[in-house]
Design a protein around this ligand. Structure first.
Ligand code: PLP
Length: 345
């Protein structure tokens, strides 16, 4: 892979904005008169660290990834958008992605006027590397995969992912938003072997912090430098950095939640499988599962009337009559089950 040839020429040439906090990075200063900040209302009066170094050092320990391999953004969504802005020339380049999958890859492609080529998974929602590679051409800059996948819940087969990584000369993104819920080895540990790999993580799911908007991209320092060049200077605000630190310092709570959620998953799914409305329950490695039911639209509406909201995936490719159900608290899961037991078609 030749990274320079993959990057859009304007991004290659770009002189990034140089902010006050980047230009002076000393430790001993006590008088800051360089950024036109208001001297009052400490500590919110100051611009936050543009590269979030303290937070990255903490994440490095938790994730087992060096800070130089890390980009932090306003949710994974920022990282997804930046991938397009860095690598894909509007109206010229294209990307290839598994389907069905997370909707933001396609939305960001549309926003950036980049052709999006979905490649259907098989009937068990598994990836066929050859089919994915066959959809690529000389203008394909990025391949999108998601494992465990949303909305299907399952992990893509490791051998097939590796085949894509080895067979494609451009950027391969693996979104591992749900990797904390599975025992499969995360691909972020394979970064040293694959200079074309970008792995996405988020605080929004297992870390129970969707509100703070903190997403991560792990990749080679060369790719991270491109993210840093293009991102907004202060893309992760101070409150988010502080709250993320607080969460990372409470790993026992994180482990406890994980264990409750996975236990609940193992109780709820067999119970759903027993229901007369259940046609097929798909295996999952995430904190949600996909179930094919007799009539997704009608069951969805019925649940709404009972104050229970699930995700109706009936109109998504390969997901006809499927509902995506997130694992809730034991109480919430009980309410869902008892409502479904009383459903009459
Ligand atoms: C929920 C989810 C995310 C999270 O996005 P954030 O912007 O970090 O909240 C990313 N990828 C997938 C596949 C998801 O399902």
């Amino acid at each position: 892979m030749n990274l320079e040839k993959l990057v859009r020429p304007n991004i290659q040439r770009l002189t990034p904005y140089s902010c006050a906090r980047t230009e002076f990075k000393g430790v001993n200063a006590s008088v800051y008169l360089d950024a036109n900040e208001n001297p009052y209302n400490a500590i919110l009066n100051r611009y936050p660290d543009p590269f979030q170094e303290e937070l990255k050092a903490e994440l490095a320990k938790v994730k087992g990834i060096p800070a130089e391999y890390m980009f932090l953004g306003n949710g994974s969504d920022e990282a997804i958008d930046l991938v397009y802005r860095i690598f894909c020339e509007p109206k010229e380049d294209n990307v290839v992605a598994i389907a069905p999958t997370y909707g933001m890859y396609e939305v960001c492609a549309d926003i950036n006027e980049v052709e999006y080529r979905p490649v259907l998974l098989d009937d068990d929602f598994q990836l066929d590397a050859d089919k994915l590679l066959a959809a690529c051409d000389a203008h394909t800059k990025v391949v999108w995969m998601c494992s465990p996948n949303n909305p299907t819940g399952n992990c893509m087969k490791r051998e097939e992912i590796i085949k894509v990584l080895n067979g494609f000369q451009g950027i391969v993104v693996i979104d591992e938003a749900y990797s904390d819920f599975t025992l499969e080895r995360p691909f972020r540990y394979e970064l040293p072997q694959y200079p074309n790999l970008i792995v996405l993580n988020t605080m929004s799911k297992a870390w129970a912090s969707a509100a703070i908007r903190l997403g991560m991209a792990f990749a080679s320092p060369d790719i991270i430098a491109l993210f840093n060049k293009v991102k907004y200077p202060y893309n992760v605000n101070l409150l988010t950095q502080q709250q993320a630190m607080e969460m990372l310092h409470a790993p026992a709570k994180f482990q406890q939640w994980l264990s409750v959620i996975t236990t609940e998953r193992s109780h709820l799914m067999p119970a759903v499988a027993e229901l007369p409305i259940c046609k097929r329950l798909y295996r999952t490695d995430a904190n949600f599962f996909l179930v094919r039911v007799t009539d997704a639209d009608s069951i969805y509406q019925y649940l709404v009337k009972h104050g229970i909201i699930v995700r109706n995936r009936n109109r998504v490719a390969l997901c006809g009559n499927c509902l995506r159900i997130t694992i809730g608290t034991p109480q919430e899961n009980c309410e869902l089950l008892s409502a479904l037991r009383q459903y009459k078609s």
